[in-house]
Design a protein around this ligand. Structure first.
Ligand code: FES
Ligand SMILES: [Fe+2]
Length: 436
């Protein structure tokens, strides 16, 4: 792999991209996964082996899995009153990583004050536990995504593990031309599709506009609308530092959502989706047609470092591909949008060899995003220069992706921003409550 691509693929401690990512809040798991005084959970995040636990008061601790005494794993620890006790010699740590007891040492020889385990700052919002792994004294606010501020019952949450590098998963959402093929390749214009599907199916080869923004990157795929005379069908998506995307999976009006592919290590990532109630409504044609939600069947979690949120359809069973179905009904023979995406991105290999690629005009957002990330990661490593969103997460608040048809002429990005602004003037959403 060229050095350039190494820069954006590797996210472990000390790597340029890894250090940049650590300056942002990162979702760890749903709040419900961590029970008060319950068993500690193994968490793999940015190549670090961590232990997460909820203490007796409901506070979350997320820390290095190694006990700072002689490195036994705190996974086997006892989650006792107010902290996690290592079972080897009984040293105990609170949620901030302070050593609060040394059970195998006479009291007068204790040096608890000098022992700390590496524990990260945690927060909870909208039913999700977040962690901040950065080193800045001024810790930023949690990102104010529109989807985070729907009423709590209105936010659909999904965690799904993907066995490939985080960036090749992200790049699936920077390439909307695959939607008309991978996901809707078998749909016919005569099959009674609604307009949004028809737009995808009549013309499967859009053209692209792409531009960098203060929060990351925005692209619009466009093609002449087959249903509105003189109209253009747009599919607009955003990449937001450091791993968030807002792809156009629903109409602009309903697409109150954001998702991320968060590196577990360089060969595994965790899809995290926040999706509003409007987006998930069961009578929504999109959900009914794609069946994406009912078919995202997960295996039971195990305690392994990579045991959380694995899909039932996976590489070992060829994603349950049905060749008859592929011939006669669906394009892939694989059920469910997510499984289809999972299949193609994992099939590239855990870390894709990009020297083998032949990029096309449809990959313009993918290529531009790589360049942008390489530049940003290097600049941060070499000069400390920060992308604007690192200190100002408010930049995330007024952004939405989605698809729509317009007959208006003018600057595409300006028109898009105006359309989003108009929709956001609808009744203000209620901030969700903290779910500790
Ligand atoms: S290794 Fe944990 S208390 Fe000794
Ligand atoms: Fe897809």
């Amino acid at each position: 792999m060229s050095d350039q691509y190494q820069t954006i693929t590797r996210t472990g401690p000390g790597t340029p991209m890894g250090e940049l990512m650590r300056q942002y809040w990162i979702p760890v798991g749903p709040s419900t996964e961590f029970v008060r005084d319950g068993a500690p959970t193994r968490i793999m995040l940015l190549g670090e082996k961590l232990i997460a636990f909820r203490d007796s008061s409901g506070r979350m601790g997320v820390m290095d899995h190694r006990c700072p005494h002689r490195c036994a794993s705190l996974f086997y620890g006892r989650n006792e009153e107010g902290g996690l006790r290592c079972v080897y010699h009984g040293w105990k740590y609170d949620a901030d990583g302070n050593c609060v007891d040394m059970a195998n040492i006479p009291e007068r020889q204790h040096f608890k004050d000098k022992v700390h385990t590496k524990a990260y700052l945690t927060a909870e919002r909208t039913g999700v536990v977040w962690v901040y792994m950065g080193d800045r004294a001024q810790v930023p606010e949690l990102p104010p995504f529109e989807a985070s501020f729907q009423p709590k019952e209105g936010v659909g949450l999904r965690f799904i593990q993907r066995r490939c590098n985080w960036l090749q998963a992200v790049e699936g959402d920077l390439d909307t031309s695959h939607v008309g093929l991978l996901h809707f390749g078998a749909a016919k214009a005569s099959a009674g599709l609604d307009n949004s599907r028809l737009d995808l199916v009549v013309n499967r080869a859009p053209e692209y506009k792409v531009t960098e923004t203060p929060y990351g990157l925005c692209y619009g795929a466009h093609r002449p609308s087959p249903t509105v005379p003189g109209g253009t069908y747009w599919r607009v998506a955003h990449f937001l530092y450091p791993f968030w995307i807002m792809p156009p999976v629903a109409s602009l009006e309903k697409n109150i959502m954001v998702r991320a592919f968060i590196p577990m290590d360089d060969e595994h990532c965790m899809f995290v989706g926040f999706e509003s109630q409007a987006y998930l409504r069961p009578q929504d044609d999109r959900v009914r047609v794609q069946g994406a939600y009912i078919r995202d069947v997960l295996q039971p979690n195990t305690t392994d470092w990579f045991g959380r949120y694995r899909m039932t359809a996976e590489a070992e069973n060829d994603y349950l591909i049905d060749r008859d179905d592929q011939r006669e009904k669906s394009y892939t023979g694989i059920e469910g949008i997510h499984a289809q995406d999972q299949c193609v991105t994992e099939s590239m290999g855990n870390i894709v060899d990009r020297s083998f690629e032949n990029l096309a005009p449809s990959d313009i957002a993918v290529a531009r995003n790589r360049r942008m990330l390489i530049t940003a990661a290097k600049a941060f490593a070499e000069t400390g220069k920060r992308p604007p969103s690192m200190d100002n997460p408010a930049l995330y608040g007024a952004i939405r992706g989605g698809y729509y048809t317009t007959t208006e002429a003018g600057d595409w990005l300006q028109l898009h921003r105006e359309a989003v602004e108009k929709l956001r003037q609808a009744p203000a959403p209620t901030p969700a409550t903290v779910d500790a």
